[in-house]
Design a protein around this ligand. Structure first.
Ligand SMILES: [Zn+2]
Length: 457
């Protein structure tokens, strides 16, 4: 009995020692990861090239295909074990000439509006349309107005993002639905066009675009976005002159679907090369911007994770793979192609970086409670790098299809306060990127990959 007790104590002590020394080895490895991430400037230069040469790379565009070639070449130059393209069919929507919008009123004056067409919008017919405008804050107000007051008019949906919410993604979530489905809702009552207040928390003169979807059951009408400042102005002018008219012209065009590609690169695992830890961002961005925060940053950060593991000669047991996704913004065809292609292939985890390049806080985790607890047990290793947030929540649009295959999903969560200043507008450009915040994102993802590879989930 005494021997048994002594043996048990010895076992527990040696276990504690191993755990302590493993912790120490991990903290040294993670320190090396962050030192490398914060010292190396490759991702920043990659982002400068991507945004500088291949801005406006919406799926289907010539720019997007050039960006695919660029990403493939970047991965090939890294000397990875495998680099390949994965085909997907994408829509090919074009904005055409810059849109024009004008308020015409004797009482309120004539004014140009800062507007742009929403993604997937139809053009205005002929040389543009002119109509009276009705303003609504939500669908209840629309319903109250009814067909009689809406038919033949432009409906202006003026629903501001809720500034009282701390998380700007929640504020965005509360308004983006009007952008996506507003044209269907207002066309049901006979509207001839929809103008939506830009889905953003900022107050600026720039229209923010984004996808909108039609339904086959109602008339398809042009759908445009107006800057938040001009939304406030238009609302004021409508109070001065409820009979004012607005002229709108959009020349969008939808071409036949075309081929595009995800770009994939990997380093094979030493023990379980058939099992994958995947991470990625999306290469496409809206045609009106450089796509620096959304999502050039996520692309270069996740590519940089592979560079970092090679540079530190950190061998992983499992294959580590970057997926540079195509077509997140319109139809997520790249995401669908990937999740179809990997059915039956085991993914230990999938991580997405698509919330802007701001100071990382941690990860939102879409996985079983036990798996989340395991990640939370690594907190002390990550706190020295500002990472404190490891909570249950959504991951990312491109990886969410992997959930049905039982893959634990992670979304990199940075500070969210400035993201929607830039999101889907001309302001999403390289000059808005802080190199340190970009590098910290690489460090955060690499550290998580390292721990998942070592301890599983
Ligand atoms: Zn994005």
């Amino acid at each position: 009995m005494k021997n048994l007790i002594l043996n048990s104590i010895f076992f527990l002590l040696s276990f504690a020692c191993i755990t302590a020394s493993a912790q120490n080895a991990d903290s040294i490895a993670i320190k090396r990861i962050f030192s490398d991430a914060l010292t190396d400037t490759t991702s920043y230069h990659n982002l400068r090239n991507l945004t500088g040469h291949y801005g406006g790379r919406i799926a289907g565009s010539a720019q997007s295909l050039k960006a695919v070639k660029w990403a493939e070449q970047v991965l090939k130059n890294m000397g990875l074990d495998t680099v390949f393209l994965q085909e997907c069919k994408v829509r090919h929507w074009e904005r055409g000439e810059k849109e024009s919008g004008k308020v015409i009123s004797v009482k309120a004056g004539n004014h140009d509006l800062n507007i742009c067409a929403l993604g997937g919008s139809l053009p205005t017919a002929g040389n543009g349309l002119t109509a009276k405008v009705v303003e609504v804050k939500n669908y209840d107000e629309l319903k109250k107005l009814g067909r009689e007051k809406v038919s033949g008019k432009i409906v202006f949906i003026n629903h501001p993002a809720d500034p009282s919410l701390y998380n700007t993604f929640a504020a965005y979530g509360g308004v983006a639905g009007y952008r996506v489905r507003g044209a269907v809702q207002v066309a049901y009552y006979g509207a001839v066009a929809m103008i939506d207040r830009s889905s953003t928390t900022s107050h600026d003169d720039f229209p923010h675009t984004g996808i909108q979807h039609y339904a086959d059951t109602v008339n398809k009408i042009p759908a445009l976005s107006v800057s938040t400042n001009d939304a406030d102005n238009l609302s004021r002018w409508l109070k001065t002159d409820p009979d004012l008219t607005v002229f709108l012209k959009a020349s969008c065009n939808e071409l036949p679907e075309t081929a595009s590609y995800n770009v994939i690169g990997e380093i094979r695992g030493t023990e379980h090369p058939e099992e994958i830890i995947a991470f990625g961002g999306h290469l496409d961005c809206w045609d009106i911007c450089q796509g620096a925060h959304d999502d050039g940053a996520g692309v270069v950060q996740t590519i940089d994770v592979l560079r970092l593991f090679k540079s530190l000669n950190l061998k992983t047991k499992h294959t580590i793979r970057v997926i540079v996704y195509m077509d997140e913004e319109m139809e997520q065809r790249g995401a669908k192609a990937y999740s179809e292609a990997v059915k039956g292939r085991k993914h230990i985890a999938a991580i997405e970086a698509d919330r802007g390049s701001f100071t990382p806080w941690g990860f939102s985790i879409d996985a079983a409670d036990e798996q989340i607890k395991k990640v939370q047990s690594w907190k002390n290793l990550l706190l020295p790098y500002g990472l404190f947030y490891f909570e249950k929540g959504g991951s990312g649009v491109d990886i969410r299809d992997l959930k049905s295959q039982g893959v634990p999903l992670f979304g990199l969560v940075p500070d969210s306060q400035r993201y929607f200043d830039y999101h889907h507008s001309v302001n999403d450009s390289f000059d808005k990127i802080n190199i340190r915040e970009l590098q910290l994102g690489t460090g955060a993802i690499a550290a998580l990959v390292y721990l998942i590879d070592r301890y599983g989930l």
